[in-house]
Write a protein that binds this ligand. Structure first.
Ligand SMILES: Cc1cc2nc3c(=O)[nH]c(=O)nc-3n(C[C@H](O)[C@H](O)[C@H](O)COP(=O)(O)OP(=O)(O)OC[C@H]3O[C@@H](n4cnc5c(N)ncnc54)[C@H](O)[C@@H]3O)c2cc1C
Length: 470
């Protein structure tokens, strides 16, 4: 078994999510009960098998007079939400206005009638993706990042393998395979054409991060944007608050998708309605980034109304393509695909053991502390006030398959999201720390720093691209 990732694990949509492992309470409004049920089940499994990366998170959902989702509707929804978890999740609380303000003092008090506090989970999306790749490798799979599938090989109309091309030099090579799974997300249509390809539309989701002390939130909040009535989140992320997300149709390329001033304005105005004293402005934005959801629709209605359920199809050449779904439900999608692969190979179906197999990486913090003890120079923070050190980079290379500065500063750490220069000022130092491990010459080091500058410009620049909210 082999996995080829053309860029880095989670460099696509998976590293640009809201970092929630959640049941998707908002899907209840659209009666997408199957999706909610599956997501809640997966949330509970992930809390069990990856407690080092998936952690419970309390959400406060404030309710204002005249709100689209009032107290009764929300309580009923949360009752069903908990019922679907078969009582395994913590019971939600209902608070009055004074109790809500005691919990979240910076919230707008005018018109506030109370709130509900409920429980979901949060994660580090990029690490969750990486540890799954590492787990596959532990169980015998060949796993390669920065290795793109550049062509599918066919014989008598059936796919029999692929040509894969390493990104940083090295010859392209052929890989024979009896079954091929195309799990390329928004890039899915690179490998399939025709009717199915036309049924996909991309919806862009933007997040911004701002200093948490500027917003003043204590915990996570579920909010309804006063601009268009969509559910959105304010999420604590260390010293920062992440505000997101937008949901607008886009034709932008997933390689270059980034936030526009309109996207950022929408998020700032929505957050300001709930935290008016903050008066958040563009100058408060530490970083802004975008991802694209591949949605199964041709329709031009509101993208928020399109189901997030995944779809799996096998085309006439035998390629199994999966797309859509959520980070939260990745494990159950994978189990479904493995069943199809087993059938296709004529093997007897075996039940996936992934619901009880712990994901690797639980020793990461201890390993990083050990590296710091062994070499004191690795314990200095890369950026003052952030927790990342040289040891995080060394660990990323040695244990987490990082090969580039973006792998290290965008995904194995989140330094790029948490600094206004997106790690530009530490890129050279980071290159110097990992150069001996990756065999980089002086020339390669400079090339990698330049490549990093291009990567962060593509991902974090805020500039004008037309966006339509609503
Ligand atoms: C703004 C936003 C917020 C979200 N928030 C959440 C959330 O909080 N919780 C949640 O559960 N879900 C969330 N989602 C949904 C979730 O992020 C996606 O469903 C999920 O990440 C999709 O994963 P994927 O593997 O299908 O796609 P991707 O993560 O995009 O992976 C596809 C990969 O294929 C690779 N690839 C492409 N072409 C090739 C090739 N030729 N050869 C080799 N590799 C190739 C790419 O490099 C890429 O890494 C969110 C989505 C968005 C856009």
């Amino acid at each position: 078994m082999a996995l080829f990732e053309g860029d880095d694990f989670a460099s696509g949509t998976s590293g640009r999510s809201s970092r929630l492992v959640h049941g998707g309470i908002r899907y209840l409004e659209r009666a997408q009960l199957h999706l909610v049920h599956e997501s809640i089940r997966e949330r509970e499994i992930l809390l069990r098998i990856a407690p080092h990366i998936v952690k419970p998170l309390a959400f406060t959902w404030p309710i204002y007079r005249g709100a689209r989702v009032g107290k009764v509707k929300l309580s009923a929804g949360l009752f069903v939400y908990r019922l679907m978890a078969l009582g395994r999740s913590r019971r939600h609380l209902t608070l009055d206005a004074a109790e809500t303000i005691a919990r979240e003092p910076a919230l707008e008090g005018a018109g506030l009638t109370g709130s509900a506090v409920y429980y979901d989970a949060c994660t580090d999306d990029a690490r969750l993706t990486v540890v799954n790749a590492l787990s596959a490798r532990e169980y015998g799979a060949t796993v390669a990042n920065h290795t793109r599938v550049t062509e599918l090989l066919r014989e008598n109309g059936k796919v029999i393998g692929a040509i894969v091309t390493p990104r940083h030099g090295g010859e392209a090579y052929r890989v024979r395979a009896r079954v091929i799974v195309n799990a390329t997300g928004v890039w899915e249509n690179t490998f399939i054409t025709g009717e199915r390809a036309q049924r996909r539309r991309g919806s862009k989701g933007v997040h911004i991060s701002v200093a948490r002390e500027r917003v003043g939130n204590h915990d996570a909040l579920t909010l309804i944007s006063p601009i268009d009535g969509r559910v959105m989140f304010c999420l604590p992320a260390g010293p920062q608050t992440i505000i997101g997300t937008t949901d607008t149709w886009t034709d932008e390329s997933p390689e270059t998708v980034h936030a526009s001033p309109d996207d950022v304005d929408y998020l700032l105005r929505s957050a300001n309605a709930y935290f008016p004293a903050a008066m958040l402005a563009l100058t408060d934005v530490v970083s802004a980034w975008a991802g694209i959801r591949p949605l199964a629709t041709e329709s031009s209605t509101n993208p928020s109304a399109v189901s997030r359920e995944h779809s799996i199809v096998t085309d006439s050449s035998g390629v199994i393509s999966v797309t859509g779904g959520k980070l939260t439900t990745y494990r159950s999608m994978a189990a479904e695909i493995v069943d199809l692969v087993q059938t296709s190979l004529g093997h007897k179906r075996q039940r996936a053991a992934t619901d009880s197999t712990e994901l690797p990486g639980a020793d990461r913090d201890a390993e990083i502390a050990r590296l710091q003890r062994e070499d004191g120079s690795l314990s200095a923070p890369l950026v003052e006030s952030l927790r990342y050190t040289g040891a995080h980079l060394v660990y990323g290379v040695r244990a987490e398959m990082a090969q580039t500065l973006s792998d290290l500063l965008v995904r194995r750490t989140h330094l790029a999201f948490e600094t206004r220069d997106h790690g530009s000022s530490v890129a050279l130092r980071a290159a110097q720390i990992v150069a001996p491990l990756l065999g980089w010459s002086e020339e390669t080091k400079s090339a990698r720093v330049r490549e990093y500058e291009r990567d962060i410009a593509r991902m974090f620049t805020i500039d004008q691209i037309s966006a339509h909210h609503g």
